[in-house]
Design a protein around this ligand. Structure first.
Ligand SMILES: Nc1ncnc2c1ncn2[C@@H]1O[C@H](COP(=O)(O)OP(=O)(O)OP(=O)(O)O)[C@@H](O)[C@H]1O
Length: 291
């Protein structure tokens, strides 16, 4: 295993003597694992995320990426280890106390949005951590914040549309706008570009790049299957395979052909151009020749 230790991991190790988390760490997982029905879904993982960091999590199907993100979202408790999110220990704090402080955009959330919901309501209702308006009353300041969030994703023109009529790419942008609505301290994006066509993907990656480079934007964790979807401005990477960490730390040190080859169990060649990454299976030396 080729593990790059982040300076925060070292700091966290030092503070192991005290049970509380370092206030600079938004995520502080210590030997955390999740086990279900006797199967280890992820871990043990020790992982720390600081205020200004933008992390990408990458790994094969079933590697445990979503499970790790659901822990970070406070949607799951660890089976073993200690997990602090926004300095609250999971298991000790009521999960709903965290929900407006963490912005989540995931396929699971997308599925739960009622088709007949108006886009501006999809966004504004995040302030109440609910999906689907019922009887909540929203102030003008909430409405303004919703418009601002939609603008940040280039989706303000969709505000009066009905969610069910949006394209896949439009839905993805709206759900991220919703995640930003509460001005969260932590932004968690699970495969935001999945299912998008080339234009939709590039539009989204460009928006996420702006967000990643904004010093006032929240710390961000992005799950992706494709290195091409990593926006410029991302600082750290965590590569998972079969629930275990292949490598984690600074993105240039971790996102390498070697680590991707280990994770995906085939020879992968990684290249970089114009600040973006590209990956392909390596050609075998002396490969196929015409007879
Ligand atoms: N509740 C559960 N009970 C048993 N196994 C589960 C449960 N939830 C997830 N798993 C399994 O845990 C493993 C990790 O799942 P997870 O969704 O975290 O992986 P992932 O890396 O996000 O995968 P993908 O890239 O396919 O979305 C998978 O093998 C999955 O089938």
């Amino acid at each position: 295993m080729d593990t790059v230790t982040s300076p925060y991991a070292a700091a966290a190790a030092e503070s192991d003597a005290t049970p509380e988390s370092d206030p600079d760490l938004l995520i502080d997982f210590r030997d955390v694992s999740v086990v279900r029905d006797g199967k280890n879904l992820v871990g043990p993982v020790s992982w720390q995320v600081e205020l200004d960091e933008r992390w990408v999590i990458i790994g094969p199907n079933g590697a445990g990426k979503t499970t790790l993100m659901r822990l970070a979202a406070g949607e799951l408790y660890p089976t073993t280890g200690e997990a602090f999110v926004l300095n609250e220990k999971l298991g000790r704090v009521e999960l709903r106390e965290l929900t407006t402080r963490i912005g989540v955009a995931s396929p699971a959330l997308l599925e739960r949005v009622p088709d007949n919901e108006v886009v501006s309501d999809v966004v504004v209702s995040a302030g109440y951590a609910v999906l689907g308006r019922w009887k909540e009353r929203y102030d003008d300041v909430d409405r303004d914040q919703a418009v601002e969030s939609l603008e940040s994703m280039g989706a303000e023109h969709l505000a009066d549309r009905v969610f069910g009529t949006l394209s896949e790419g439009e839905r993805k942008r709206v759900i991220i706008a919703r995640a930003l609505m509460t001005d969260p301290e932590l932004l968690l994006l699970d495969e935001p570009a999945a299912g998008l066509d080339l234009g939709g993907r590039e539009e989204l990656v460009a928006r996420l790049e702006v967000l990643a480079k904004d010093p006032d934007a929240p710390a961000t964790v992005l799950i992706t299957h494709h290195v091409e979807e990593i926006p410029e401005g991302f600082t750290h990477a965590l590569i998972l395979s079969e629930g275990g960490v292949i490598a984690m730390g600074l993105l240039p040190e971790v996102l390498t052909s070697k680590n991707l080859s280990t994770a995906f169990r085939q020879q992968i060649t990684l290249s970089k151009s114009g600040g973006r990454f590209f990956a392909r299976r390596s050609r075998r030396a002396g490969g196929h020749r015409r007879a």
